[in-house]
Design a protein around this ligand. Structure first.
Ligand SMILES: Cc1cc2nc3c(=O)[nH]c(=O)nc-3n(C[C@H](O)[C@H](O)[C@H](O)COP(=O)(O)OP(=O)(O)OC[C@H]3O[C@@H](n4cnc5c(N)ncnc54)[C@H](O)[C@@H]3O)c2cc1C
Length: 426
């Protein structure tokens, strides 16, 4: 039994780990020179750092267990969150910051608090599937809370798709992520993914997984019951694609049914353009700053200087979820910096371009699937109609949202299903 996996992110790597532990021959193909997918690292000047700002929650059991197994320590820090609105910086996130939050009236604060409690009390998310987030707030007669709080945050995450996002997505964010909180701050975990990826790669090679890096897969064909990937000289019984829907559709096209193609085409993604600045000093006192200002060209600042208790790097991320057709997505790094500088200065008037030691910009075309209403109808089974063909990737994670923890969970789940199927056939 020979299995080919397309993609060496955490979905692909955990499938490979579980299958190889069960004595199945696995080969992973990845177009990049490093494993880890979106958790790969990047060089900014002489500093190596996360490609994207990255933290985990205490409820992220799968990633916590995997880190333990790979001897990677998780460092926990108290995260202070902020909200930039109407030219002011405010604490945000927990009970005390909410009570002190000046842009909301007392009545609005109460309404906001009650809306969160109400969402927390909902057990059956299926009843929410038909509503967009806006529709749910309108139905509950708290549209002002939607417009003031959630709409700017949703626009930050989903851009022009904000109005289409299903209430199940917000329900998931509030109910499925459990974290330790105090009245002021929440506790988040930080993992050194450079170490985690190296240890995972070593673990896979100890289990005899063949890793073909710098090897983009362009097409998959099937002849006499065996799969062939491009001009690779091996034949495979099973192929598992862990890449974005649009990319899978391209390379598996000849093997898909009409319905499978339609489902792959039906889910939209938003891109991400992330600027990484190497700066010796903090930009603000917040680890995570949401920018809720229509005029801002970016949507958040994540400042690694503010990971309390962790000696981290002099790195700051300027985050931006943005449609890939947007003018800003197409800017080069110098143009993007010029676009961002005036607004960075609004957030911190003492900021000076000369403070920047180095910077890089990373584009991610398929950063986040758009979770629309009645999304469960759009979900594609991992197992496709063609015998031995599977897809496991972010849009199939629901009602949770994409993230490393769920990539690992879905990887193990699919591997276990394949192992069971093979055993049943014996
Ligand atoms: C800006 C940003 C911030 C994030 N922050 C967090 C966070 O704080 N916490 C968290 O848990 N998650 C975070 N995530 C999400 C998380 O990184 C992903 O959900 C997770 O890493 C996805 O893993 P994956 O294996 O499913 O996909 P990927 O990591 O995308 O792996 C897919 C792999 O397939 C390869 N590939 C693509 N096409 C081909 C081809 N044709 N041939 C061969 N190989 C190919 C790619 O090179 C890649 O290595 C963030 C994502 C973004 C964009």
């Amino acid at each position: 039994m020979k299995v080919a996996i397309i993609g060496a992110g955490y979905t692909g790597m955990t499938i490979a780990k579980r299958l190889s532990e069960n004595n199945i021959d696995v080969t992973i193909f990845d177009k990049e020179s490093q494993v880890g997918g979106m958790t790969r690292n990047v060089k900014v000047g002489k500093t190596t750092t996360d490609r994207y700002y990255r933290h985990i929650f205490k409820s992220d059991k799968e990633v916590i267990n995997l880190a333990k197994e790979l001897n990677v320590e998780i460092e926990y820090f108290k995260s202070k969150m902020g909200y930039y609105i109407k030219d002011g910086l405010y604490d945000w996130g927990q009970v005390i910051p909410l009570l002190k939050f000046k842009p909301l009236s007392f009545v609005q604060k109460m309404k906001f608090g009650i809306s969160v409690l109400k969402i927390k009390a909902i057990r059956d998310w299926k009843g929410l599937e038909q509503y967009t987030i806006k529709e749910w707030f309108v139905k509950n007669k708290i549209e002002d809370i939607y417009s003031f709080i959630w709409e700017p945050l949703l626009k930050n995450k989903f851009g022009d798709y904000a109005q289409e996002i299903s209430m199940v997505w917000l329900w998931g964010k509030i109910n499925l992520r459990k974290t330790e909180t105090s009245l002021n701050k929440e506790t988040l975990g930080y993992i050194d993914f450079e170490k985690m990826n190296n240890n995972m790669q070593e673990n896979l090679s100890d289990s005899k997984v063949v890793l073909k890096l710098n090897t983009p897969v362009k097409s998959v064909e099937k002849k006499n019951g065996k799969y062939k990937l491009d001009d690779d000289n091996q034949e495979y019984d099973i192929v598992i694609s862990t890449i974005a829907y649009e990319q899978s559709e391209k390379i598996l096209r000849k093997l898909l049914t009409k319905e499978e193609k339609e489902k792959l085409e039906d889910v939209k993604y938003i891109g991400a353009k992330t600027m990484i600045l190497e700066i010796k000093k903090k930009l603000t006192n917040y680890y995570w700053l949401n920018i809720a200002d229509e005029k801002s060209p970016f949507c958040g600042i994540i400042d690694y200087h503010n990971m309390e208790n962790i000696p981290t790097k002099d790195i700051i991320y300027i985050s931006n979820y943005i449609d890939t057709s947007n003018r800003i997505y197409k800017l080069n790094k110098e143009e993007l910096l010029e676009e961002y500088l005036p607004f960075i200065k609004k957030v911190n008037k003492n900021f000076n371009k000369k403070d920047i030691l180095n910077y890089e910009v990373i584009d991610e075309q398929y950063a986040q699937p758009i979770i629309e209403t009645n999304y469960s109808e759009k979900i594609l089974n991992n197992k496709l109609k063609e015998e031995g063909l599977y897809i496991a990737t972010a849009p199939q994670i629901y009602p949770e949202d994409r993230g490393v923890n769920y990539a690992i969970r879905s990887g193990y789940k699919l591997a276990d299903e394949i192992i069971k199927e093979l055993k049943d056939k014996e």
